[in-house]
Write a protein that binds this ligand. Structure first.
Ligand SMILES: *[C@@H]1O[C@H](CO)[C@@H](O)[C@H](O)[C@H]1NC(C)=O
Length: 308
């Protein structure tokens, strides 16, 4: 009798437990589904903004590549208070995400999204284009914590006017002071047939046969930067089309998909008119880009760059 009761009790508890755990799974599923729905709604809102792009009222294009796992609710929120920005979101999934823009190549990660935007919008660019990654936070952002929205909010447009091109990141490592020595690859690079071993060829494929290959190339890493319209227009559209062709076809015998992204990460500053080595001083960069000018520990306060 006592034994029977115990069994019954255990069964009862077990049942209850089973019931409880089913319920939590259900709740978790509900939360997940509503989060999914919210993400989709946010994306739809962003797409509508892209579709109603007006080059007269938009000051800033925010250009990014996106994979399905990237959550863009941060961008929807950011744009609610930054109404002169328009997003241009390129899907980089094998199976394109509905409604998003499709790049002219599926190779090279963000490189093909950025180049596709320039080619597609060349004749109707807004004053500023900011190229960035889709996820809301990442280690590439070095000044305001990881949040991309704080970086964007604080960026000085005067600095983009004055310099034409600027990297959103100020920390000089990795990428500076020297990233590639095109004419002087190491034996290890040659043995691995690394992109570094083929850099002069790659450089001429990208910039044209007549381009002078720099002795050294260095620039801040991570492929997030702002460019003025004037600076993008310093190259004819045909240059960007040639670059896209390289991403798509010509690069194939020299580098893999990852290599294409790496090559452009190494060269964006050259694409946008800077010297082979472009490594601004950290403190000055912070001051120019974001207005954080001091006083420095030395007591000195810097002056932020302004267009003349
Ligand atoms: C773009 O905005 C301007 C200024 O508000 C307006 O005059 C123009 O009609 C708009 N263009 C389009 C295509 O909606």
């Amino acid at each position: 009798m006592i034994f029977g009761c115990t069994v019954l009790l255990i069964l009862k508890f077990c049942d209850l437990d089973a019931y409880r755990s089913v319920q939590t799974v259900d709740e978790a599923l509900d939360t997940k589904q509503s989060e999914e729905a919210e993400r989709t709604a946010a994306l739809h809102e962003l797409v509508k903004k892209t579709q109603s792009y007006n080059a007269t009222t938009t000051k800033v294009a925010l250009v990014m590549s996106k994979t399905r796992s990237d959550d863009l609710r941060w961008l929807r929120d950011y744009l609610q208070t930054h109404i002169d920005n328009t997003p241009f979101i390129y899907t980089m999934d094998k199976k394109p995400e509905t409604e998003l823009l499709v790049a002219h190549s599926s190779r090279g990660r963000e490189a093909s999204a950025y180049l596709s935007f320039i080619v597609d919008l060349y004749d109707e660019l807004p004053e500023y284009s900011i190229f960035l990654h889709a996820n809301p936070e990442q280690w590439h952002n070095d000044l305001f914590g990881p949040h991309t929205s704080s970086v964007l909010h604080s960026l000085r447009r005067e600095a983009v006017d004055a310099m034409g091109y600027l990297n959103l990141r100020c920390t000089n490592n990795p990428g500076c002071p020297t990233h590639v020595n095109p004419n002087n690859p190491t034996q290890a690079d040659i043995d691995k047939n690394d992109a570094r071993a083929n850099f002069p060829t790659i450089y001429k494929d990208i910039f044209g046969e007549d381009a002078q290959v720099p002795e050294h190339i260095g620039g801040i890493c991570c492929a997030q930067f702002a460019v003025s319209r004037a600076r993008i227009w310093q190259r004819p559209k045909s240059d960007y089309i040639r670059m896209l062709n390289w991403v798509n076809e010509k690069s194939v015998p020299l580098v893999d998909d990852y290599g294409v992204g790496w090559v452009f990460e190494t060269l964006w500053h050259v694409v946008f008119g800077m010297e082979g080595i472009h490594c601004p001083l950290y403190e000055q960069c912070r001051c120019d880009n974001y207005g954080w000018c001091g006083p420095l520990p030395s007591g000195k306060t810097l002056t932020a760059i302004a267009a003349v």
